[in-house]
Design a binder for this molecule. Structure first.
Ligand SMILES: C[S@@+](CC[C@H](N)C(=O)[O-])C[C@H]1O[C@@H](n2cnc3c(N)ncnc32)[C@H](O)[C@@H]1O
Length: 207
């Protein structure tokens, strides 16, 4: 918790929240793993202190592979030293690879069955949001899933504080999200007991 709060001050824009997600949101985000058949290729982007990582580790099967992409070296070290050793059987550690890099720059082989994304899209410019989604979609397997989250009502709450250009940015990001949900059979699940409450959004090209 302390690591997350400290990084939210030092790397405000990248971290995008003052508090890590709660366990209920993590379970809802990672629910596509429950009924998928293995072996699976799993990608997580932006784990922070590893709230989703823990849930993914619980559901990891011996023939799955799991790549983690995180831009912040402090979070990479935290996941590597504190999360993985506690939540994964040591003999299965070879299944997990941490890429301490940005999603924009990391080179990965496409074909992921499940992509879980914790990026703070509301802090990014619309062109970057588009390009990050394009990259994640290009990495998905044909029948793969992409799950991300958005805070409920955050755009409305921010509106009076951010000025006209900020409001336009929010509207553009909302438009991108809506169009993704239309194109990829998006399903939203509200998780009210999160701080702040959030929607887990699941996209899947094939319904
Ligand atoms: C809102 S935090 C989410 C952390 C965690 N998933 C959670 O829900 O508590 C966003 C995370 O995305 C990471 N991040 C931001 N921009 C990134 C990028 N371009 N590539 C990879 N990771 C990024 C941040 O360092 C941070 O760990």
């Amino acid at each position: 918790m302390f690591t997350f709060v400290k990084q939210s001050i030092l790397q405000t824009k990248q971290t995008g929240a003052v508090w890590p997600s709660g366990r209920r949101l993590a379970r809802t985000m990672t629910s596509p793993l429950l009924d998928s058949k293995g072996p699976r290729r799993i990608l997580e982007v932006g784990p922070g202190t590893g709230v989703f990582t823990r849930e993914i580790c619980k559901q990891l099967r011996p023939d799955d592979t799991y790549d983690i992409v995180e831009i912040n070296p402090t979070f990479c070290r935290h996941v590597e030293q504190k999360v993985l050793p506690r939540h994964i059987d040591p003999k299965n550690l070879h299944q997990v690879r941490i890429h301490c890099d940005s999603l924009e720059n990391v080179v990965l082989e496409p074909g992921y069955d499940h992509v879980f994304c914790g990026l703070p899209f509301n802090n990014f410019e619309p062109w970057l949001v588009r390009s990050l989604f394009r990259k994640m979609i290009s990495l998905m397997a044909e029948e793969g899933t992409l799950s991300f989250f958005e805070y409920i009502g955050v755009r409305m709450m921010r509106a009076p504080l951010v000025g006209r250009s900020g409001r336009k940015r929010s509207t553009d990001i909302e438009r991108i999200n809506k169009s993704l949900r239309r194109r990829f059979h998006g399903r939203r699940e509200a998780v009210l007991c999160n701080i702040p409450p959030a929607y887990a959004v699941h996209l899947q090209p094939v319904a």
